[in-house]
Write a protein that binds this ligand. Structure first.
Ligand SMILES: Nc1ncnc2c1ncn2[C@@H]1O[C@H](COP(=O)(O)OP(=O)(O)OP(=O)(O)O)[C@@H](O)[C@H]1O
Length: 217
């Protein structure tokens, strides 16, 4: 189910320092970009949405996803998918088994699970790659498998933590447009953390700091 990601007066502090202050709605298919210098709180904001915020922080506010209050739910119950720069595939599993790992238990039976995996590979232009060893894939192919693995878990929102920063320039453009087109076609609200102005422009949504100040790009 898709729906809006609603950050309601989310405030995170460390001691007396305000690290995150966000009141923002992210519509299905929209990308909210968070930019700011190193140490400014970008990853902390994502951790709060993911449910992995360190106990070193104090927080208040509410996070709603598709009308459901997920503020205090554990990460696996939030329906939030994460894609990050060092997203690695399990090296001892085939590409297909890497994807199978992400499939929810609701996809039952060998045939249905295999069909879901093949469908994901087709969508990523990787038809016939199920038996491949991840080590034999290019960087772009690995990035597409990592995205499909995240999407196969059927998230209701997608968090993107500098997912393109390790890719070289031409691959970056290609994978970025693949990820953004998937966000739009799946109608997922997404939050992108990046240092790259081109990423922010391509995302096409609002661009703010972790303190909710608008950034002009
Ligand atoms: N687990 C933690 N425990 C205590 N302090 C932390 C923890 N993680 C981050 N911090 C501190 O919180 C502040 C925000 O860090 P955060 O990682 O969110 O910044 P960032 O904007 O994501 O930086 P970068 O661009 O370098 O990834 C920093 O002062 C950092 O030192």
């Amino acid at each position: 189910m898709t729906g809006t990601l609603d950050l309601k007066a989310l405030r995170i502090t460390q001691g007396d320092k305000l690290v995150v202050s966000l009141t923002q709605q992210v519509a299905p298919g929209e990308v909210l970009t968070i930019m700011g210098p190193s140490g400014s709180g970008k990853s902390t904001a994502l951790a709060a949405m993911m449910g992995t915020l360190s106990a070193a922080f104090r927080w208040e506010g509410q996070i709603l996803l598709a009308g459901r209050d997920i503020t205090t739910l554990p990460p696996h119950k939030r329906g939030v998918g994460l894609l990050f720069q060092d997203d690695v595939l399990f090296p001892h599993l085939s590409v297909g088994d890497n994807l199978a790992f992400a499939l929810p238990p609701s996809v039952k039976g060998r045939a249905a699970r295999r069909a879901a995996i093949n469908d994901a590979l087709d969508q990523a232009d990787l038809s016939g790659f199920a038996a491949r060893d991840p080590a034999t894939l290019s960087g772009g192919q690995r990035a597409r498998v990592a995205l499909m693995r995240t999407l196969l878990a059927r998230p209701c929102a997608l968090l993107l933590d500098e997912p393109f920063s390790r890719l070289d320039a031409s691959l970056r453009v290609q994978i970025r447009s693949f990820v953004l087109s998937r966000v739009r076609s799946e109608g997922l609200p997404a939050v992108l953390v990046t240092h790259d102005v081109e990423d922010a422009r391509a995302a096409g949504g609002p661009v703010i700091t972790p303190l909710g100040e608008p950034v002009s790009i």
